[in-house]
Write a protein that binds this ligand. Structure first.
Ligand code: GDP
Length: 332
């Protein structure tokens, strides 16, 4: 069935006027796999581009169960109270591994669902992280053009997705929980280095004391980290998302961070660097997509795998042959 599509100007004007229905439809175009939809999506994104860039982009990561959706729901209330409009997007490439979605299969962020100033868009189940993050970037731009002041991009901290999200946002919040005893040892140093704010959640009831201990342990560890180039020393807070304690402080710290990096120039320079990294990663994504979707490549790839397994070629040599074949259609 061919779905009804509107003229490109209709989407553009609708989005710029904050029309949620047209925004959602445009996002569906971005997420589509049909070439005609993607062309239309490109034209829409081009049209709204001059009206983007004004939101504060906030990344939030943490393991499943850390309390991300509870936090975003209740922090969302604080953000709304401050008179800001909030969009929440998710990057969830977990579907690739499990066939299901970690973030999408339950009712989430109940505290703000249906609020007038809030737009929540779970990620479509993309097959690759490159694809999901390319689409998320465009969806972020669409939300900005629709007038959202704050865009939260949430990801499950289970793999590479936090690196992708770090490259899309202005400030990055890592959510931790305490209680397991060795909670800090399980976190990859690379992820810790990406965070501007650390939030130790579930600091309530019997956990409250342990959370404070974790905070103090974490502060000691951070002390040995090299001075960050953004001029901001990563900050550690405890909170209870469920009982809504410490959330105002988190919001204020996010604003303080924004102020600091806008003043020292990092905000702008980081956004410029991000533009370049968007360009580079999108080239990779498009090349990969072209390579794997070309009808000649599937049989060539099958043959290549067989020949590597039979020992006729090394994996590296064969990769080179395949890439040459892709560009020249010869020599294979
Ligand atoms: P997510 O997978 O990171 O999005 O985590 P959820 O927000 O779904 O929370 C996972 C579980 O932890 C739920 O049962 C929440 O009710 C609970 N939870 C979340 N935040 C808190 C908190 O601050 N304190 C306590 N005690 N439980 C919490």
């Amino acid at each position: 069935m061919v779905k009804k599509r509107l003229p490109v100007e209709t989407y553009i004007h609708g989005i710029l006027n904050g029309d949620r229905v047209l925004l959602s439809q445009a996002i569906t175009l971005v997420e589509s796999t049909l070439n005609t939809d993607l062309k239309l999506a490109q034209a829409v994104v081009r049209g709204i581009l001059p009206h983007t860039g004004k939101s504060l982009r906030v990344g939030i990561t943490g393991i499943p169960g850390a309390g991300k959706s509870t936090l975003i729901g209740n922090l969302g209330k604080v953000i709304l109270k401050a008179g800001k409009k909030l969009a929440v997007l998710t990057v969830d490439p977990s579907s690739k591994i499990s066939g299901g979605s970690i973030l999408g299969d339950k009712t989430r962020m109940e505290a703000i669902v249906g609020e007038a100033g809030v737009y929540i868009r779970p990620s479509s189940t993309g097959k690759t992280l490159g694809g999901v993050s390319a689409k998320t970037r465009e969806i972020l731009l669409l939300c900005e053009a629709a007038g959202f002041d704050v865009v939260i991009i949430e990801t499950v901290g289970v793999g590479q997705s936090e690196v992708a999200v770090r490259e899309m946002v202005d400030v990055f919040l890592l959510m931790l929980i305490t209680g397991a005893g060795d909670e800090l040892q399980g976190i990859k140093k690379g992820i810790m280095e990406m965070a501007d704010l650390f939030v130790i959640n579930k600091a309530d009831g019997k956990n409250a004391e342990k959370a404070l201990q974790t905070k103090s342990d974490l502060k000691k560890i951070l002390h040995y980290f090299p001075a960050p180039e953004n001029g901001w020393h990563p900050t550690v807070l405890t909170c209870s998302s469920l009982y809504q304690e410490g959330l105002q402080e988190i919001w204020e710290l996010i604003l303080q961070y924004e102020q600091t990096v806008k003043k020292n120039g990092f905000f702008e320079s980081n956004r410029s660097l991000q533009q370049i990294s968007w360009l580079e990663s999108h080239i990779n994504f498009l090349l990969e997509q072209e390579f794997y979707s070309h009808p000649d490549m599937a049989p060539a790839l099958e043959k290549a795998k067989r020949q590597v397994l039979e020992g006729k070629y090394s994996a590296i040599g064969m990769a080179r042959r395949l890439v040459n074949f892709f560009f020249n259609r010869s020599g294979f």
